[in-house]
Design a binder for this molecule. Structure first.
Ligand code: BG6
Length: 497
């Protein structure tokens, strides 16, 4: 694709996602020469503005883009030269016809025959379907004998339950081919999530232990130390389960739990990976309401941080959960009896996302080291953010003349292991956009993955709708009922979680 002409149409160019993620990621790729030289980025939205206005709006987000390593102001200006703007309604056929004329002209001027078009949907979900039809009807056929691929990037929410997902999906698949669609779950673009496949399958030492005989529990945690801040009006219709569990945490879980794909490279490897993810999700039992804890945050102890109900746009009697812990049981040979605990919350004591695999207790512990008390269980931890790391908790002899046992960590913190790369780790969106340009689907969510994930969550969401969440104070670990549930499931707390 580097030798072809590329036009990227950013639909919703004036919105938050476009400014904070889409454009900075395109800039990062352009700066590292991962985009063709012949490229135009056409921003599209309803607001009326000129090319110069768009550039003025984008500039601060590019200059300040921490994820674009070593950027300079002149690079920002050079990149902005490729960015133009056109306004129109998302469903307006005439406006899209106009965009198509622009695209044809841009492509004709490039003098190239191979011209690719990428449509990035950075718009609210209610316009996905109508905008998709309008684009397909008006922007899909290239002129002048030119040829190239057309691809579409979309991002959650894909519905709010199984039936709304089905109707959206039916519409989208009547418009686009599955291979034209790239559904982003940005957790799949995170370095550590990509690395999970490598660690699991490129080493001999983990796979033999990766099952119910050795693993006691798997916990996948998402914690944020900020509240919903002015986004409460949106969040209230969604809640934490739909916001991060049905997508990000479930995606991570499917990679931790799936069987080895037929191949991890080469022909059809994308489908092999996604097939295994779907298979393992198909084995998930219905979530038991008694194994769910919901929470909603109240103001911080010192009053400096407001409670959820004080956020603008949140109804005063809202039952929307900002915290949830729930348990999934995967009914297959590998995982029978191992709880997969998903925990997610806003306004907690720290920002952290990790996968924590806790092993069974070492059988010899008690009689070989009688005075040691309970030995810690081995734990393998993948910290997705911040400060990416893989580490393993292990029992060791306390150095010196004594015979005490201590816990230590076999540590592979990225900052130490890869000091040259650590500061340059790409943003998730940068990695994912590049995968789209390369035509690789493995890191995107297939339609059947979404269907099964909604099948898992919809019955639970219906049951929980009217349930009152337990209050927890902003800046704490969340409701104590969550810790109680997790320890009831056999998880032993040894710190760090
Ligand atoms: C988004 C959610 O999908 O992911 C947000 O809608 C959440 O509520 C965000 O804050 C977290 O992403 P990250 O990459 O900061 O962990």
């Amino acid at each position: 694709f580097l030798k072809d002409h590329l036009t990227v149409v950013v639909i919703g160019a004036s919105g938050d996602l476009a400014k904070k993620k889409t454009y900075p990621s395109l800039f990062a790729l352009w700066k590292s020469h991962f985009l063709p030289e012949k490229i135009k980025i056409v921003g599209y939205a309803r607001s009326k503005m000129s090319d110069a206005d768009l550039r003025d709006r984008l500039r601060p987000f590019l200059v300040g883009a921490k994820s674009v390593h070593g950027r300079t102001d002149s690079q920002v200006e050079d990149f902005l030269e490729h960015c133009v703007y056109r306004s129109g309604g998302y469903e307006e056929a005439e406006a899209w016809k106009g965009v198509n004329e622009d695209l044809n002209e841009i492509e004709a001027n490039s003098g190239m025959l191979e011209c690719n078009r990428l449509f990035y949907f950075a718009v609210p979900p209610n316009v996905f379907a109508p905008a998709a039809s309008a684009i397909k009807d008006n922007c899909w056929n290239l002129e002048g004998g030119r040829e190239g691929w057309k691809r579409v990037i979309m991002e959650k929410p894909f519905g709010t339950d199984l039936s709304s997902f089905e109707s959206l999906s039916q519409h989208l698949s009547s418009v686009f081919q599955e291979e034209e669609m790239y559904r982003i779950d940005h957790y799949l673009g995170k370095e550590m999530v990509a690395n999970l496949l490598y660690v699991r399958f490129a080493n001999i030492m983990f796979e033999p232990l990766w099952n119910r005989h050795y693993i006691k529990s798997v916990t996948i945690t998402f914690k944020e130390d900020i509240g919903t801040y002015g986004r409460g009006g949106y969040f209230d219709k969604v809640g934490i389960v739909r916001d991060v569990m049905q997508n990000h945490l479930l995606q991570v879980m499917s990679i931790v739990a799936m069987e080895a794909p037929v191949r991890l490279a080469g022909e059809r490897f994308d489908e092999f990976i996604r097939d295994e993810k779907v298979k393992v999700l198909e084995c998930v039992d219905a979530i038991r309401p008694e194994e769910v804890v919901l929470g909603q945050y109240t103001a911080s102890r010192d009053g400096s941080e407001p409670g959820y109900l004080e956020d603008e746009g949140v109804p005063k009697d809202s039952n929307c959960p900002t915290f949830a812990t729930l348990v999934m049981w995967i009914r297959n040979q590998r995982w029978e009896g191992v709880p997969f605990i998903l925990k997610a919350g806003k306004a907690l004591n720290e920002r952290k996302a990790e996968v924590r695999i806790q092993f069974h207790a070492a059988a010899a512990g008690e009689f070989l080291f009688p005075s040691a008390g309970e030995l810690v269980r081995n734990e393998l931890v993948f910290r997705m953010q911040p400060n990416e790391a893989i580490y393993m908790k292990a029992n060791m002899k306390q150095p010196g003349l004594g015979d005490k046992i201590t816990v230590s960590e076999l540590d592979m913190t990225y900052r130490n292991a890869f000091p040259d790369d650590f500061d340059k780790l790409p943003d998730a969106y940068t990695r994912l956009i590049l995968e789209v340009l390369r035509g690789k689907h493995a890191a995107f969510v297939r339609e059947d993955e979404l269907r099964v994930s909604w099948k898992i969550f919809t019955p639970l969401l219906e049951k929980l709708e009217s349930q009152k969440p337990t209050s927890y104070v902003f800046g704490t670990r969340g409701p104590k009922e969550s810790d109680e549930l997790i320890s009831k499931l056999g998880f032993r707390y040894h710190g760090g979680f």
